[in-house]
Design a protein around this ligand. Structure first.
Ligand code: SAM
Length: 227
């Protein structure tokens, strides 16, 4: 049984995939996809020993020996050619970390690409989208979901070429055009947060600082998108 966030990520993993889940922790996502026979093989990569032990106990509990492999490695170092991985999930981390994991692999492994990336940054989604389009990926689908007061964006990418403007990078080319209720809720909340920051800056007599102007510009962008 997956959380709504992981369920939404799982929905974008192609049928029959050879999946690498990088930063897998408990490995709920690949275990669920294997048990329900939606994928053929999964590799759960972990950089830390504690989470790797969680993966190993999930393998035993779900009887997934030979189908779900736990590997201790930094980022995409977990993926070997013989794994025939054709889909990569990196979920539940900051966007900058996701970008760095992708970039490190790109540098190290001669610009290797994967047929499908399913990324779920907790923050800094623009940095993820910028990296993708600068490295011959295109954004093919996006989804935003809400769990309590947290918002999570899912970005699906495949090899290809795409140009994204600054609004697309920040708000997502699909998400901002759909402009659904969860999208509006996320950016309305952000707008409120920025208003508080702006008020505090005024109180601190920093109403004509560079910082104030930057937040104000950000506020205008959000207002434009929400209009
Ligand atoms: N992917 C799961 C999810 O979305 O629920 C678990 C997310 S958990 C918050 C983040 C995991 O990423 C941690 O277990 C951490 O050890 C792992 N991690 C962080 N940096 C990593 C890296 N460079 N390579 C592999 N795993 C990493």
């Amino acid at each position: 049984h997956l959380s709504p966030r992981l369920e939404a990520v799982a929905n974008y993993v192609p049928e029959g995939a050879y999946l690498a889940d990088i930063g897998s922790d408990h490995a709920y996502l690949p275990a669920h996809l294997l048990v329900s026979r939606q994928i053929k093989y999964a590799l759960a990569g972990e950089v830390a020993v504690g989470p790797l032990a969680n993966v190993q106990s999930e393998i035993i509990q779900q009887n997934l020996q030979g189908q779900l492999i736990a590997r201790l490695a930094n980022g995409l170092d977990a993926v070997q050619t013989s794994d025939q991985i054709n889909a990569v999930v990196i979920a539940g981390m900051g966007g900058l970390l996701i970008r760095d994991i992708l970039d490190r692999d790109w540098q190290k492994n001669n610009q290797r690409q994967f047929p499908t990336l399913v990324l779920q940054p907790n923050t800094e989604e623009a940095a993820v989208r910028s990296w993708l389009i600068a490295h011959q990926y295109q954004v093919k689908a996006e989804k935003i979901i809400q769990e309590g007061k947290h918002f999570y964006e899912i970005i699906v990418a495949q090899p290809g070429f795409q140009e994204l403007g600054i609004f697309d990078l920040q708000f997502g080319p699909f998400l901002r055009r759909q402009a659904g209720p969860v999208f509006s809720a996320k950016w309305s909340a952000e707008l409120q947060r920025i208003n508080l920051i702006l008020d505090r800056l005024v109180v601190a007599q920093k109403g004509d600082s560079v910082t104030y102007k930057e937040w104000q510009a950000q506020k205008k962008k959000i207002q434009e998108v929400l209009r």
